[in-house]
Write a protein that binds this ligand. Structure first.
Ligand code: OGA
Ligand code: MN
Length: 283
């Protein structure tokens, strides 16, 4: 009998980044061939959206594990659905139960960032599954940092190739101003330009929320260079804006994509389920 060909269908969502993936049910076993096709699509598009999925926590953790080490530490104190596995799950939500927040990053706008940039070994990827979404706002924006790098003039690319920057993290802070308010925050230094291990493409590794300063540069000059880089990377030319529908599972590559969130009404419920993928040698 002829082998049944995998029916994965890819539709690019933006010229710089992102594809919509249909023809796959993530609640079913993913065989090695299909897993490789999904990984190849991830390398090519950096952001994948799988719409109309009906998946449990464990399905999402298994999906994350296709891309590396799915994080399994129990990070929730309150699980909104206690029939579900809690391993490694986190909720991004503004919902409160008995006066207590059930998730993290509850409200409003978030500046562009890359998850884990403040750690020596940042997250490789992040997955979000939409459970409840507001009627307006709350879109997540993805900036293709390889396309943003490629669009720079050659002299700037050569200069940025040699620089390093310091990234900070302050729990639940969502704007550059708030993030930088305290001195004593977790931080790490990374090259300003990263080479992707799978695609070989270079990309800019800076973000408005987390990049504090360029190493060995005067503060004023550093801030000027960074602000112009943030403006460059956040141009619509490089940014795909995702309007969520419940059932969307999105994965993005934190090594080559920055993400941000639009504001949304505080009196509407928003809940996404989050699993991260770590590098094998991360702590
Ligand atoms: C995250 C994040 C953005 C959003 O989960 O890391 O930045 O749209 N989420 O909630
Ligand atoms: Mn994030």
């Amino acid at each position: 009998m002829a082998a049944i060909l995998p029916s994965l269908k890819l539709d690019p969502m933006h010229p710089a980044v992102g594809a919509r993936v249909t023809g796959v049910d993530l609640a079913r076993q993913i065989d090695t061939e299909l897993a490789q096709e999904i990984r190849d699509a991830f390398t090519q598009y950096s952001v994948l959206c799988f719409p109309e999925q009906d998946i449990t926590n464990d399905h999402q953790a298994d999906f994350a594990a296709l891309f590396g080490r799915a994080d399994t530490a129990d990070r929730t104190k309150e699980d909104p659905d206690n029939k579900q596995s809690k391993r490694g799950v986190m909720y991004v939500s503004n919902i409160k139960e008995n006066g207590k927040a059930i998730g993290v990053l509850p409200d409003g706008e978030m500046h562009f960032h890359s998850d884990g940039a403040h750690r020596d070994t940042p997250y490789r990827a992040t997955t979000l599954f939409a459970i409840e979404v507001p009627s307006v706002g709350g879109e997540t924006k993805f900036a293709g940092m390889a396309a943003a790098y490629d669009a720079l003039p050659a002299d700037k690319r050569a200069k940025f190739d040699t620089l390093q920057a310091r990234h900070v993290f302050n729990y639940n802070k969502t704007t550059r101003e708030e993030m930088r308010r305290e001195d004593d925050v977790a931080h790490a230094i990374h090259p300003l330009v990263k080479i992707h291990p799978d695609s070989g493409r270079k990309s800019l590794y800076v973000s408005r929320l987390m990049t504090c300063n360029i190493v060995d540069m005067e503060p004023d000059e550093s801030e000027e260079v960074l602000q112009s880089l943030f403006d460059h990377c956040e141009s619509p030319e490089f940014v795909y804006e995702h309007k969520w529908t419940p059932g969307d599972l999105v994965i993005w590559d934190n090594r080559s994509v920055n993400h941000a969130r639009n504001d949304f009404p505080a009196d509407e419920r928003r809940m996404l389920r989050r699993y991260t993928v770590s590098e094998p040698d991360a702590d």
